[in-house]
Design a protein around this ligand. Structure first.
Ligand code: MRU
Length: 354
């Protein structure tokens, strides 16, 4: 199993995803600023993993604190703000930071700094463990939903599934969100072939999802991002499933740029298209997708391909890292607690109440 991230002996260790699949390079650090840089540069990436990395980064930060108890609140506030500023869209980052802030708020007054840090350390490890467990829960619920929705096809043959970006162990720590569902569906004999779209500009689908599927021996084929409509037209895709970076209260979902085009195309072709994401990806404070902050990344990510210039350095570029798929194009949102099919406003609110 891929070890995307771990934290032992006050040291953060992660697999640097920028070089995969050509180079497997693990990085160890005790420096919280280096960890923030790893999140910003996508050395660690994928919404749940960003949340876990953020929690560990806060631990690295507090471990570097040398001041008095009176000086700690100001240090902690600025540390958390720095971590929160690393990437704007994946709400898991803010969810993890909020869990760490809660431990701080509940214990600071009565604990020594040493006791407080021990509790925060335990909270970070728990966030990590929770994300691993979430993958198993989502996978089961997702496969059960697919068996219901696609029973008519499964009577005669296996399914061809489209996925976008990377939602596997590299993104989620456990078996994955969307890729976790696909893995379990494959184990249960439901999958003929996985179709992974490349996910320009950083190619998480072509580089990372393909690498994970290869390791599992699951049959797959990679396509360019613009191919999915054509494949659907030809009957080569039966359903789609992707992850999410932030889900608004009405089910509108931010995910890797290109997701919305796949979903609209699936809707047009009457094919179910699912989101698989843990409850930590739901932002119930946001009524709809127009309020989701969308990260805009450097123009050079598009003007170059892995260091090679492919457009003039002055070519104007729009490089949004995510888009928002309106809930109406989704067949369902598979969370770790429940497969929510329709009526997102009521159902997602009820999930968050729990
Ligand atoms: O920019 P990235 O690689 O962090 O984007 C990742 C995605 O868009 C994933 O699909 C999403 O985080 C879900 S991961 C389970």
């Amino acid at each position: 199993m891929i070890d995307a991230i771990s934290f032992n002996d006050s040291t953060l260790r992660y697999l640097d995803q920028r070089y995969l699949p050509l180079r497997e390079e693990y990085v160890s650090t005790r420096n919280y600023q280096e960890a923030i840089e790893a999140i910003k540069t996508l050395a660690v990436r994928g919404a749940p993993l960003i949340g876990v990395a953020a929690a560990y980064t806060i631990i690295l930060g507090i471990n570097s604190f040398k001041g008095t108890k009176e000086e700690f609140p100001a240090f902690f506030t600025s540390l958390v703000a720095e971590v929160e500023a690393s990437r704007p869209t994946a709400v898991n980052l803010f969810f993890a930071a909020a869990r760490m802030k809660k431990v701080y708020a509940e214990n600071f007054a009565n604990d020594s700094l040493e006791a407080l840090f021990a509790k925060m350390n335990a909270a970070a490890l728990k966030i990590h463990d929770d994300e691993i467990a979430n993958c198993d829960a989502m996978s089961r619920l997702g496969v059960d939903q697919i068996k219901i929705d696609l029973a008519h096809i499964l009577k005669t043959r296996k399914l061809n599934v489209l996925t976008h970006c990377n939602t596997g162990t590299l993104a989620c720590c456990g078996t994955g969100s969307a890729l976790g569902v696909i893995r379990l569906a494959w184990q249960e004999g439901l999958i003929e072939r996985v179709i992974t779209s490349e996910s320009r500009p950083l190619l998480q689908g072509l580089r990372l999802t393909a690498w994970e599927l290869q390791q599992d021996g699951i049959p797959f084929v990679s396509i360019s991002d613009s191919s999915s409509a054509f494949l659907m037209q030809r009957g080569m895709i039966d359903f789609g499933i992707v992850g999410a970076d932030r889900i608004a209260a009405n089910g509108d979902t931010a995910n890797k740029i290109g997701t919305c085009a796949h979903a609209i195309s699936a809707y047009h072709h009457n094919l179910p298209f699912y989101i698989a994401a843990p409850v930590s990806t739901i932002d119930i404070t946001i009524p709809d997708g127009t309020h989701i902050p969308i990260e805009e990344r450097s123009a050079d990510e598009l003007r170059t391909i892995f260091g090679t210039q492919v457009a003039t350095p002055t070519t104007p570029v729009l490089n949004y890292a995510f888009d928002v798929t309106p809930g109406k194009f989704l067949r369902g949102i598979i969370t770790d607690k429940k497969a929510v099919v329709g009526n997102y406003i009521t159902e997602l609110a009820a999930l968050m109440e729990e």
